[in-house]
Design a binder for this molecule. Structure first.
Ligand SMILES: Cc1ncc(COP(=O)(O)O)c(C=O)c1O
Length: 363
């Protein structure tokens, strides 16, 4: 008999990333993976390049200097930060360390698909919870809790809907959890949020031993290609993650670039200003075309199309791709009539609105 994987693994549909090519198009704008419109900051590039002559040595495994840089900027205890090869790796480590076969894992209906993958990879049971108006429904989450619920993944803000829960709502969800159930707050887009009632999760992690927050350098810091993320954890969880992580899980150039990026507040502010302006511009102009575009607190917008006729999401995707504008189809997020658009550079944003206008005139 052949080796067989653990139960659940063959039920996983492999993750498919955003497309990057549009055959036949002269110029391509990749607006499919929520990468930063402004790209990587100069300080991070310089730090990365400086490491070109240090590639023969292993990285310092605990990522101490990066943890100290993050801690300094956010006012945290560096001992409670764990760095990973993207926040995906931290989410993977948490699942691997805490999920047992048969445990139930809650996440909302339109949440990041990685949560389902990690649940199945650990022979646990995925429990997707219905959303209300494309927002996480705390009451439905509470109703889905059972004594077997081991973990709740909460993307806040959520990808691909762009909606968020207020700090108060997250606390209401947490308040009824037994201490053995872990709430993982995936705050990959936290830096983009400008709402007074939003909390990234830092305060909750400081207060409660069953809350973990993950963050990434892939989005506003423009380092998606390098793969760096971090988790802020209760001390016992940080201890567990350090035991299970790969000994050198973040590379030498990644550590250096991320430390420079987190200290480069000017680049972050510029990315934020760009995002605020163009996200609003896109939403307004797409709505003027007669399409539904949802409010978003992230660097992306969910656009809705008719489910039948000449202007479906699938046809829009083909039309835009032919013009080199690559958006993200989100049928695998249970949103078959939507496309997700990442806020891009000015030229890309204007081209998308013009192309959507032409698409709607045709057919
Ligand atoms: C909600 C959410 N969490 C996590 C990630 C993964 O980020 P990273 O690049 O840090 O692995 C993404 C990336 O798309 C995301 O949208």
């Amino acid at each position: 008999m052949n080796p067989t994987p653990k139960p659940g693994i063959l039920d996983i549909a492999p993750y498919v990333g955003g497309r990057a090519s549009a055959p036949g198009a002269a110029r391509v704008f990749k607006l499919s993976s929520n990468e930063s419109a402004l790209g990587t900051g100069a300080a991070a590039i310089e730090a990365f390049q400086a490491m070109a002559t240090h590639l023969d040595v292993y990285p310092e495994g605990s990522a101490q200097r990066l943890r100290e840089a993050i801690a300094e900027v956010h006012g945290l205890n560096p001992d409670r930060i764990v760095c990973g090869n993207g926040s995906d790796e931290l989410l993977t480590m948490l699942a691997g360390a805490y999920l047992r076969p048969g445990d139930e894992v809650l996440y909302s209906q339109h949440a990041f698909v990685v949560y389902r993958i990690l649940t199945l990879a650990n022979s646990a049971i995925p429990v997707p919870v219905p959303e209300k108006n494309l927002r996480v429904d705390v009451d439905a989450m509470l109703a889905a809790l059972t004594p077997r619920t081991r973990m709740i993944y909460l993307a806040n803000p959520n990808n691909p809907t762009g909606s968020y829960l207020t700090g108060e709502e997250v606390r209401r969800l947490h308040a009824v959890l037994p201490p053995t159930t872990m709430l993982v707050i995936d705050a990959a887009y936290a830096e983009y949020v400008r709402r007074n009632d939003y909390e990234s999760g830092i305060e909750m992690v400081s207060q409660f031993d069953n809350v973990v927050m993950t963050r990434t350098f892939s989005k506003i810091y423009g380092l998606a290609g390098l793969r760096v993320g971090w988790a802020f954890c209760p001390a016992p969880v940080a201890d567990v993650l350090h035991r299970v992580r790969g000994p050198f899980n973040v590379s030498v150039p990644a550590l250096a670039a991320a430390a420079a990026a987190v200290r480069d507040r000017r680049h972050l502010e510029a990315a934020l200003v760009h995002n605020d302006h163009w996200r609003q511009w896109l939403i307004e102009h797409i709505r003027k075309l007669g399409l539904r575009a949802d409010d978003s607190v992230g660097n992306f917008i969910l656009i809705h199309f008719p489910s039948e006729g000449p202007h479906t999401a699938k046809k829009a995707d083909e039309f835009l791709t032919a013009r080199g504008l690559i958006l993200r189809a989100v049928a695998n997020y249970d949103l078959p009539d939507c496309l997700r658009l990442t806020v891009g550079v000015e030229e890309a944003n204007r081209l998308v609105v013009a192309a959507l206008g032409d698409f709607l005139k045709g057919g």
